[in-house]
Design a protein around this ligand. Sequence first.
Ligand SMILES: O=C(CO)[C@H](O)[C@H](O)COP(=O)(O)O
Ligand SMILES: [Co+2]
Length: 220
Amino acid sequence: MPVQISPSILAADFARLADEAAAVPNADWLHVDVMDYHFVPNLTLGLPVVEALRKATATPLDCHLMIADPDRWAPPYAEAGAGSVTIHAEATKAPIRTLREIRSLGARAGLALNPATAVEPYEDLLCEIDMLLLMTVEPGFGGQTFLDVVLPKVRRARALVERHGGRVWLQVDGGVTAETIERCADAGADVFVAGSAVYGASDPVAAIDALRAAATRKRA
Ligand SMILES: O=C(CO)[C@H](O)[C@H](O)COP(=O)(O)O
Ligand SMILES: [Co+2]
């Protein structure tokens, strides 16, 4: 699978979201961080903004739900037209039911793991998901420092994914820069979220090209 880059609008100007989406035409996805003050100590945006963004851009939306009770709140994001909906393993009480519902509504289903959550207990769920998201910062805020301590888990996750046919995408999120992306790609990630490294750059298009080139070099 070719490298994919998913710029996080968490680092964009929330007053100009349609323009900010248009500023990254070379992005594969637009990463939308939904936070609720409960699962994480921050509040961002929700369904109405996702619905509005869906109409404002042709780039598929990669919704990362950092919310309590995703079993109740995740399916509407798929109904709203998100291309991918990711729920946290630490928050769901019925992952299989919720992941199946997301898929049945036409979206790709993702499962996210916090930095300290082991991947091995979720091996049997790989057949229920299209993407595994490994957080490389503690969730809640953009602009944090990449946690190298997660890299061995990325390698173990890649091995598990390959053992199950290699179909599941492996996403890393948090502190991904032109420098840290190489280590992530080397460990086996193939979908890269980048907020500050894209929207904090003077030229977001060039920043995406540079991230993609660095990751592709390492995966080759
Ligand atoms: O899920 C997230 C934080 O919880 C964000 O997607 C992530 O932090 C991206 O921002 P940056 O690239 O600036 O770290
Ligand atoms: Co995110």
